[in-house]
Design a protein around this ligand. Structure first.
Ligand SMILES: [Zn+2]
Length: 330
């Protein structure tokens, strides 16, 4: 009997709780949106806009052929040295980062198939780096704006390709997304895996959400000789099929990466889209940097924590909106 009574009390309590939640859902959504706004401050307005301002609801994963390449002036930008051992070989929109080591280069992401040749291979050469020295290519996730040059790097330079297991699976299963061929399955990244080349180590933090195999990374750069810890966020937008479990996976990954970044005392936040980390505008600011001034990429540990707060809080808001908009059983 006691069990029954306790069970009934619990059921009533949870009924009250869900009633209260239904009553206060708009308030709760607002609270998350507001927390995201506060966390974003002036540092992450692009991330806030993309994730918190009416992100489009996605119902399924599309396996479609890429469209025709857009005009070059919409994407081309010059490569740049960002830290002593980190170079930007991305486009105006997407980032590809080249981490130089004592034994070659680790490349992070490869843009689209149509611009990886010019931006990455051409960009490395312009910077005085040899693309044949790229030993590892880490793909943050298997979407066409990040893995487009993986096959090129594998075929031409024999670079080892590192990707999350679920994203290797989706690459192999896709029918239409790779009309010019796919990279062959190579290194499957694991949580906590260390990719070491010469004197440099990149630590993998699996952050499923954006895709099931999304990889985030921790590594160290040097800024005029001073070591700085970098948190690299590998997947941001909510373009996964919208469901409460998928948002829960995403939210857990943001918390996990925030904790990993804090443990590493990361003071630099990098992403693979310039709208999230302002890489392209910061590169312009770098050109005017005076001796003794900090790098515009060095934000501090508090800002790095706030970045992951933005993505988490926007996901919380979207999750609640999804619950609110789903049909209620009477
Ligand atoms: Zn993506």
């Amino acid at each position: 009997m006691k069990h029954y009574a306790a069970g009934a009390a619990l059921a009533i309590a949870s009924l009250h709780a869900s009633f209260a939640q239904a009553q206060n859902a708009p308030d709760a959504i607002d609270a998350h949106l507001n927390a995201a706004r506060v966390a974003a401050g002036f540092d992450f307005t692009g991330t806030l806009a993309r994730l918190c301002v009416a992100p489009p609801m996605v119902t399924g994963i599309r396996d479609v052929a890429p469209g025709p390449p857009p005009a070059r002036e919409t994407w081309f930008t010059e490569p740049a040295k960002v830290f002593d051992n980190l170079y930007f070989v991305g486009s105006k929109i997407h980032s590809s980062w080249a981490l130089t080591t004592s034994d070659g280069i680790i490349l992070i992401d490869t843009l689209f198939t149509y611009n990886s040749e010019e931006e990455i291979v051409g960009g490395l050469k312009k910077l005085g780096l040899d693309p044949a020295k790229v030993k590892y290519v880490i793909i943050s996730h298997a979407h066409g704006d990040h893995d487009g040059g993986a096959k090129l790097m594998q075929d031409r330079f024999g670079s080892r390709i590192v990707m999350g297991g679920p994203d290797w699976d989706s690459t192999e299963k896709s029918v239409n997304a790779h009309p010019l061929g796919k990279p062959r399955r190579d290194i499957v990244a694991d949580d906590g895996q260390k990719i070491t080349l010469g004197d440099t180590t990149v630590t993998v933090v699996t952050t499923p959400g954006h895709t099931r195999g999304t990889l985030s990374l921790l590594f160290t750069v040097k800024d005029r000789g001073r070591p700085l810890s970098v948190a690299y966020s590998g997947g941001t937008a909510f373009n996964f099929p919208w469901s409460v479990p998928n948002f829960d996976i995403y939210i857990n990954s943001q918390r996990k990466m925030a904790a990993a970044a804090a443990a590493a005392n990361a003071t630099v936040l990098l992403s693979n889209h310039s709208e999230f980390d302002n890489a392209v505008s910061k590169i312009k600011m770098l050109a005017a940097r005076k001796p003794g001034e900090p790098s515009p990429f060095e934000l501090g540990a508090d800002a790095v924590a706030r970045y992951f707060k933005v993505s988490e809080e926007c996901a919380q808001a979207a999750r609640l909106k999804l619950i609110e908009s789903s049909p209620k059983t009477p």
